[in-house]
Design a protein around this ligand. Structure first.
Ligand SMILES: Nc1ncnc2c1ncn2[C@@H]1O[C@H](COP(=O)(O)OP(=O)(O)O)[C@@H](O)[C@H]1O
Ligand SMILES: CC(=O)OP(=O)(O)O
Ligand SMILES: [Mg+2]
Length: 397
């Protein structure tokens, strides 16, 4: 018997099958990723089953079809043809927004789906895909429990000083507040650090840098501050999202005649690395392009690093300093240049990277990359949101 986890991010659909072993879950028997689902991306599926070679192939999207729907169909097709021997007992779905409704995982019913759908507008790149995934799998596996596991849940320990926006309190009472995201990833990285680094119980800052990107500060392994807010737009610059932006810019655009849809598209799909470089949302493409001489690609990656430095400083201030810094997410795990840039800029705080340890960290395993004389520990932790979701789902069985 196994648990399937489904993680629809803004640029990818990740999945894994974990065997149930007694009261826990074992090593994943199948892991896979359909990536390149972001605007301008090139969809591609790769997956690997225990004892087999990794398989990879392009995913063809018909002009009239939505890229995420195609990814879901591809995943369902794969499960129905290749892994029928693995009996699925529960499906754990990453759902980015639990709003004020849920501060822990929940078994999905039609009432829960209605509540979650009311949050679609707060996370348009994620929530509709997350819910489409639940509906698709509920149809294919009608007798299997569907469990929603929330990005927002890890941040339930944020204090009102962190969650409250300085606006009319009536809006705050309506739920217009900071929720925070990437919680399954932060939960996983926290578990790893708890095991690997005794100092991580102190002042820890984790940077989840993927197509979506955020920073989270913890003490005693609990979330104390984070950069994403009411929606997954706030904070860092991302693949195609702006991150924090002076709200005056939005007023200006509205005065210029921009409508809601145009502004939404700008902020979610045409900004970030893609908007600033004018080339790509993918850090790998931008690294290659800047090596080939593109000043625009170089500037976009420099700006990305600068924004990380800015937020790590701000969040460290919120928890009274820094003991442990951790990088995760597609960029955080794989891009040694970005990590070096960020750590060089944080040298004033006592962060010192070991350049060779850093370049050897390629996202395959948990590695400490700080120099022996560094006051602050620096870790690279490959995240596993699917495992946290599957662990949660097990509790419902
Ligand atoms: N080897 C690499 N070097 C630099 N960046 C990488 C590398 N591999 C992946 N990335 C970056 O990671 C991003 C995807 O991160 P991920 O966390 O998987 O995204 P999602 O937000 O969809 O969950 C890609 O857009 C790419 O920019
Ligand atoms: C919340 C969010 O931005 O998630 P992802 O990075 O998976 O797109
Ligand atoms: Mg992700």
């Amino acid at each position: 018997m196994s648990i399937l986890s489904v993680n629809a991010g803004s640029s990818s659909l990740k999945f894994a099958l974990y065997p149930i072993e007694g009261a826990g879950i074992g090593e994943a028997e199948v892991t896979g990723n359909i990536e390149g689902l972001e605007p301008s991306g090139q969809p591609r599926i790769s997956f690997c089953a225990t004892g087999q070679n990794k398989a990879s192939a392009p995913v063809v999207v018909k002009p009239e079809q939505d890229v995420f729907d195609t990814a879901l169909d591809t995943l369902k097709g794969l499960l129905a043809t290749r892994f029928t021997h693995l009996k699925v007992q529960a499906i754990a779905h990453r759902v980015v927004h639990g709003g004020s409704y849920f501060s822990s995982s929940v078994r999905v019913t039609s009432e829960v789906l209605t509540q979650l759908a009311s949050l679609n507008a707060l996370a348009p790149l994620h929530q509709p895909h997350n819910l489409a995934g639940i509906e698709a799998f509920a149809e294919s596996f009608p007798d299997v429990a569907q469990i929603a596991c929330f990005d927002t849940a890890f941040h339930r320990t944020l204090s009102p000083l962190e969650t409250t926006f300085a606006i009319d309190r009536q809006l705050t009472e309506q739920g217009v507040r900071r929720y925070g995201f990437h919680g399954l990833s932060y939960q996983y990285v926290t578990q790893v650090l708890q095991r690997e680094s005794p100092r991580s119980a102190g002042r820890t800052v984790m940077a989840h840098l993927g197509n979506g990107a955020s920073v989270c500060a913890t003490t005693q392994h609990q979330s104390r501050a984070t950069t994403m807010g009411f929606s997954a737009l706030d904070g860092l610059m991302m693949g195609t999202r702006s991150g924090a932006l002076d709200p005056g810019v939005l007023l200006y655009l509205m005065e210029q005649g921009w409508g809601h849809d145009q502004i939404q598209k700008l902020l979610y799909k045409q900004s970030g690395l893609l908007g600033v470089s004018g080339e790509s949302a993918d850090m790998r493409t931008l690294r290659a392009s800047s090596a080939a001489g593109s000043a625009a690609a170089r500037f976009a990656t420099d700006l990305f690093a600068h924004r990380v430095v800015r937020e790590v400083g701000a969040l460290s201030a919120c928890i009274g300093g820094l003991d442990v810094l951790a990088f995760t997410g597609g960029i955080g795990e794989h891009d040694a240049v970005l990590r070096q840039q960020v750590c060089d800029a944080l040298a004033y705080m006592g962060v010192h990277m070991d350049a060779s340890r850093n370049t050897q960290a390629t996202g395959d395993s948990v590695v400490a990359v700080h120099a022996d004389n560094s006051e602050i520990e620096v870790w690279v932790v490959p995240t596993d949101e699917g495992r946290v979701a599957a662990q949660d789902a097990l509790a419902f069985l």
